[in-house]
Design a protein around this ligand. Sequence first.
Ligand code: CA
Length: 195
Amino acid sequence: MAITWDNADGKWEFYLDSVHRFSIDNFRTGQIVPNNSLIIIGQEQDEFSGGFSPDQALQGCLSRLNIWDTVLPVEVVVSFAKDPGYDNGNVLSWSFLRHHLSDIQASQPSNVVSSVGKSNVALTFSQMSNLNYAVLPYDGSIIAQLTVCTWIDLTASSTDAPCLISYATSTSFNEFYIFFYESKCLISLESQKYE
Ligand SMILES: [Ca+2]
């Protein structure tokens, strides 16, 4: 799956299995996403680095997650779904992450484990638990555009609203988050709080 967002016109695009599924216009036009943040994979932050709920845990497998602070061209986004590489997102890079999966586990008590499977290397979120997440600090540039691409395989028993990513700063949690369930995507930026 992939999403893109551009603050110039507020356009969100959502792609699934290399197919463009929907667009939203005028979404948070002109807003920026601050830096000095925590990116949390697999849980939604009700507070900075905390406030997790088991029913918002991601349960399944995730690989080749990359985040860019630009809007990548459609043909590039589609090509990732058809032929995913490791890639080098400049906000979050799977080519970096895949070599630091053990560091992620060591830095955070978590049920997340790395595994070798059909995606070669993946983060496996094994339980519906509020310990089921991975934490990645981000101190790069302020974000005015986004592309998020990932390969994801949710466990069939996943319920409610599994959170793929939440992005929070110390002064404002939920700068953005992405929920993904039932082949749908719920996205938001600051000021929309999902409890
Ligand atoms: Ca929550």
